[in-house]
Ligand binder design. Sequence first.
Ligand SMILES: Cc1cc2nc3c(=O)[nH]c(=O)nc-3n(C[C@H](O)[C@H](O)[C@H](O)COP(=O)(O)O)c2cc1C
Length: 357
Amino acid sequence: MSKLFDPVRVGRHTLQNRLVMAPMTRSRAQFDGTPGELAAEYYAQRASAGLIVAEGTQPSDDGQGYLTTPGIYTDAHVAGWKRTTDAVHAKGGRIFIQLMHAGRMSHPDNTPHHREGVAPSAIAPGTGMFTAKGMQDIPVPRALTTAEVHRTVQDFRHAARRAVEAGADGVEIHGANAYLIQQFFAPSANTRTDAYGGSIENRTRFAIEVATAIAEEIGADRTAIRLSPGTTMWGIDEGDEGPDLYRYLVAELDKLGLAYLHIMHQGNDPLLADIRKRWKGSLILNRPGRPREQIGADVASGLADLESYGQMTLANPDFVDRLKANAPMNEADRNGFFGGTAQGYTDYPTLSETRAA
Ligand SMILES: Cc1cc2nc3c(=O)[nH]c(=O)nc-3n(C[C@H](O)[C@H](O)[C@H](O)COP(=O)(O)O)c2cc1C
């Protein structure tokens, strides 16, 4: 496990260790998307991770899906995020902001303009969502025109510029978990007949254009992407061609020289091995629900350069110290995941606080 605590070069930055806080939506922003009052404290508490990937953050009004998620496209958003990046840097940490366009995973009651979600095609995900009025079905989205797809690429570019202005060390493009970019990958969500639908080349075009635009804007060495090959939730079905789509996509993205690729592993081990071969840069691996005794195994075996953890970092501000000390971990309380106050957010105790109590 010791290699986990060694510094590692990732893109432009040297990280203090190979443990990454995975991005986690906490829905505690203000209604206009400005990060909430406690966000700086929450992230600064976790600054001993080699890298923090901050929660999914919309690049535009259309990009919002859930209630009170932060944005990174207005001056108020930039000022709000600056407090967080300053607080993390003051404690020696590094932070990327995850750029998340929810696409069709959106409800009009949750967004500033109250319009329907936008997506590759007018196909509903077939699921519900928590909204300002409680749980509701997600309505059929509006299909983006080709010109709007081009504009959405520019929205991502603009958001990346603003993230850097806000002091972020880089951005991670959210290409995983059934949101807009993955909706383009999946024939079940993308029936377009223009240059963004049909063949593998066409269905991956949007992701590659977003990554290329952001790399041009802020530098490839501050640009990263997260993928979850084979996701099946919320109406996503990548079909038999799914693994080939990722082989092609990863090889194309590799040419850009991005800071890292973050894989949220869905279980296809041969595909993961192929991705590792095709990706020359740093690879962060997230295995949902990975048991404690396996922490460090992927870095030790060379399958990954870094490992990311979600719930363990949510519940343990001193996650890295606890690992080093082989100490017990706090359990995450699901009731405090989304929305609310300091409870379940900034009030998880460190080991020394627990011992003092
Ligand atoms: C409360 C919560 C919010 C999440 N929000 C995001 C998100 O905004 N973006 C994302 O890519 N993944 C998100 N995830 C997934 C995590 O990044 C991670 O992949 C998942 O929790 C599995 O890892 P773990 O078992 O270490 O928690 C979220 C997970 C949780 C628990």
